[in-house]
Design a protein around this ligand. Sequence first.
Ligand code: NAD
Length: 414
Amino acid sequence: MSERNPYQMALEQLDKCAKMMKLDPNVHEILKYPKRVLCVNVPVKMDDGTVKVFQGFRSQHNDALGPFKGGIRYHPNVTMEEVMALSVWMTWKCAVAALPYGGSKGGVICNPKEMSVGEIERLSRGYFSAISVIVGPDRDIPAGDVNTSGREMAWFMDEYSRLRTYNVPGTVTGKPLPIGGSEGRVEATGKGVSIAGREGAKKLGIELRRADVVVQGFGNVGYHSAKFMSEFGCKITGLSDSKGGIYNPKGFNVDEVFRFKEKKGTLVGYPDAKEITNEELLERKCDILIPCALENQITEENAHRIKSRLVLEGANGPTTPEADEILHQSGVMVVPDILANAGGVSVSYFEWVQNLQNYYWSREEVNDKLDRLMVKAFNSVYETYLRYETDMRMAAYICAINRVTEAMRIRGWV
Ligand code: NAD
């Protein structure tokens, strides 16, 4: 992670866009600050009988377009500034996908790897009860993030329903299917990445049936991105996880690699493959590169050695600002995270809609709606990219800020 204060980074990005799009200074002033940041101290009875107090936050940045939306992370390095910055980025991510949501984020300073399941449950219920004064299906709808998943969402939903004394499934998204989760949520982010890839390839004249694709990270997003790209006819020539990478110019059967990884815990050692490092993987010649692991993977050190024509940011923040500039200069199109991985929050939106109407859709319906939503989002960013003669990242921010600005103006905030 960058040493810079993430909130400062979010403000710098906003300043850069504001300048380029000649943003109304009054709108700019409002967008600089979260509307509300709640800090809570949550006492938890630990298994050894002691009581420990955990600090958590919920930052609600802007709700001009609709109720706030954003995940909750559990990590020892959570800070209020980080949560505030992430809430700003959620405003842009929801707006770029044209979802009727504002942006928010939550975080708790804790290390769940050192806690028992019971302790994590008590912390989850305590934290959610503490922030329940500002969240809810019409106000702010949390979801999973780093170290939180369906299990925590079920506890959050249960705790909120207990406080209200009736079932409120639309309180959070990312819930398990039996309690109001959505079909298609598990694969949504990877599916969205592949749709962004298909649209990007069309613009660059890359024929998917002849395209070589390399994917870094083989978790939820990486596996599904690789799977759907191979369903489009692409050859997946490189794959990796935290232990290393594998390469085969003839292409991999993604599901076979997945089964191998399930058995062995890593894809390293997969037969008929050359073993390479994660650094080498990124620099392999390919048409489409999809980083789906961590932040800051493409930097000023390796950006000029990237040989792909299209980069799809499945992960959040895999490209540093310096690398972005190098890639832009060398004519590589980078589809930024807030657009490329927006499939996740989009199907979260579908989950919430299904919860509110108590009527559930088939996987085909979800996927069909996701496809249309992603194509629309991609095209509006692409049009902005052409109009402003900038890169796709700036175009995505400008597109998002324009939507939020319009809503603020119509509502009479400026
Ligand atoms: P995950 O934990 O399921 O998978 C992460 C993968 O990255 C694993 O295969 C891991 O081995 C690999 N990895 C870790 N360190 C690595 C390294 N140094 N080099 C190469 N590979 C490494 O996580 P995920 O849910 O797939 O999320 C991946 C990224 O996508 C994160 O940046 C996340 O914030 C972002 N994202 C995820 C979603 C979602 O719906 N899951 C939505 C939006 C964005």
